[in-house]
Design a protein around this ligand. Sequence first.
Ligand SMILES: Cc1cc2nc3c(=O)[nH]c(=O)nc-3n(C[C@H](O)[C@H](O)[C@H](O)COP(=O)(O)OP(=O)(O)OC[C@H]3O[C@@H](n4cnc5c(N)ncnc54)[C@H](O)[C@@H]3O)c2cc1C
Length: 337
Amino acid sequence: MTNTIKEHCDVAIIGSGPAGLSAAITLQKSGIDNIIVIERDDEAGGTPRHCGHPPFGFKEYKQILTGPKYANKNVQRALKLGIEIQCKTTVTNLGEHGELSLATPEGLKTLVAKRVIIATGTRETPRSARFVSGDRALGIYNTGALQAMVYLKGKIPFKRPVIVGTEIVSFSALLTCRKAGIKPVAMIEANSKASVRWPIYYSHYLFSTKLLLNSKINKLIGKNRIEAVEIIDKTGQISTLDCDGVLFTGMFTPESSLVRMSHLAFDPETYSPTVDQQGRCSDPAYYAAGNLRQLPAEEGRNPLCYAKGQAPQAVNVSGFCWDQGREVAKNLLKDLE
Ligand SMILES: Cc1cc2nc3c(=O)[nH]c(=O)nc-3n(C[C@H](O)[C@H](O)[C@H](O)COP(=O)(O)OP(=O)(O)OC[C@H]3O[C@@H](n4cnc5c(N)ncnc54)[C@H](O)[C@@H]3O)c2cc1C
């Protein structure tokens, strides 16, 4: 395949989550009509598409919606304005002055945009990056993968998993399990208290799931499928817990691989592109918005998500990302003018 097709647009937006779509809608309403939103998934809407639970959209629509309904509202709003959303298309390279390489179902393309907004979100840290030893058995998931299976494919990957982590997303995983009839055996937290604040913290009681603090997974056991996990507590004592799956939750990291591979300045502390107050990257053709952009730990982010004194490590809520997408779009407009 050769890289022959070259297209042009005013603004290219990478990612169709709340940040990307709110930026696109703001720009379109302000008269920029040559916008392309690029999305690697089969359908647009971003992470909320996978989260079949509320609360989403109160800020934007004054309604409490489930993730898929909220995502659909955002997408319909964009489509009604005539915004082009190209799904099944992955941006594989960020070139200088807004030159993007795209992998599309029709082959490789180059898109040259006067300005680009990168809104690629975050992802949870997978097992491989957590250095957990043991077998490579079936039944190991992240919350995002579990939610995609349950809500988008109607499948149930396990019945008695162990949930690793106590961030807000870990409790979102608990809700998903409940919805699917899955009964988690335990939640495991390495620290002496849960990352999430009360009252969410107490919801594990509602689901009769025990919470093991000061504990870590030492080893995964099971040849074909997960059969048990070995747990080590802070005194070094090892115990075994029977289960049929492991759900690694949280420890979000910005989806910044594109930025790291590019010419754009990268902040190793936040794992995000370096931006100025306008959200502009080191190459002025590029901006960043949404969960991709993380604040340094001392500035904190969503105070609802953390117990006092703990480093922020979760995602911002969708309303925050929606607002940031709009703000960045406004800054970009001034810049284009
Ligand atoms: C399990 C879970 C539960 C949550 N629950 C809530 C909740 O109840 N309420 C709430 O308000 N918020 C919730 N959130 C947070 C909310 O989903 C995020 O705040 C919001 O989705 C972030 O928006 P975003 O636009 O920055 O990124 P995302 O929504 O993550 O969108 C990024 C998009 O970029 C695309 N993309 C990435 N790389 C590329 C590439 N190279 N090429 C093309 N496309 C690419 C991705 O496919 C994705 O669609 C939850 C998050 C999770 C993970």
